[in-house]
Design a protein around this ligand. Structure first.
Ligand code: PLP
Length: 255
């Protein structure tokens, strides 16, 4: 009797666990829908550009719990982009092991040793010291790490990357290394303020094509984020790095 009334009472109370599970489900459904839309948008941009090569979709994981990252992996994402060494090391063990991982954030030379055995490519090389350290650490663990040189294409003070006029020297230097293998370039073109930031995408495409003609082994242009990945595909990018359009708006500020 007591038991019965207790249980019938219980049914009328909101079940907080179910409510939480419901919110989490909605999050996951949102990721699945976003993933589908992004893949379609990339395909459309490829068609528009008349491209028949491949564009890889990278899931940028900063601030995203590993459960969601692994859910994206279950949908077909097989490339993760990491920004922060500390956060990455905390999540690494839990990641789906089928994913390839690239480091895309600003990187201090003294942190390279923590990630060399975990990533296959570093997109943010913008100085000789960093390239040298990556080379040394890669050789020490007996592997080759692919690198991209980040180009500060908008000449923005606040951003990493080399200026165009410094690029030749760093490219030559990187080609002298054996543990670090230069594969191409990464850029974060400035957002369009009054429309018309195409010139930055165009410039990056030109830089990429020029070096690709000049040197063997250059085959990667990493360009395009949530706001502009379709545009990047029109300008030859073959890795687009997407975070918030896939996982939703980040809730806390980035370091
Ligand atoms: C955060 C970040 C991205 C993804 O940004 P979204 O706007 O969330 O897609 C891409 N590249 C780099 C280097 C980033 O730091």
């Amino acid at each position: 009797m007591t038991e019965k009334s207790f249980s019938s009472n219980n049914e009328e109370l909101p079940d907080t666990n179910t409510a939480k599970a419901g919110a989490a489900d909605a999050d996951f459904i949102g990721i699945a829908e976003s993933y589908k839309r992004i893949v379609e948008n990339i395909e459309k941009a490829m068609l528009r550009a008349g491209r028949t090569d491949k564009v890889r979709l990278m899931a940028v994981t900063k601030t995203v719990p590993y459960e969601k990252v692994n859910f994206a992996a279950s949908l077909g994402v097989n490339l993760l982009g990491e920004n922060r060494v500390q956060e990455f090391l905390g999540k690494y063990d839990f990641y789906d092991k089928n994913c390839e991982i690239h480091f895309i954030g600003g990187l201090q030379s003294n942190k390279v040793k923590y990630i060399t055995d975990k990533v296959s490519m570093i997109h943010s090389v913008d100085n000789i010291k960093l390239a040298t350290e990556i080379d040394k650490r890669a050789l020490a663990v007996g592997k080759v790490i692919d690198i991209l040189i980040e180009v500060n294409i908008g000449r923005e003070e606040s951003k990493g990357g080399v200026l165009r006029e410094e690029l030749d020297e760093l490219v030559s230097f990187c080609f002298s290394l054996s543990g670090a293998r230069l594969r191409g370039f990464m850029a974060i073109p400035p957002p369009a303020l009054n429309g018309g930031n195409e010139k930055y995408f165009e410039l990056m495409e030109r830089i990429y094509c020029d070096y690709r003609l000049k040197y063997g082994g250059i085959d990667t242009l990493s360009m395009g984020m949530s706001r502009d990945y379709e545009q990047a595909v029109l300008y030859g990018s073959n890795i687009v790095r997407v975070g918030s359009a896939l996982f939703g708006k980040r809730k806390y500020k980035e370091a």
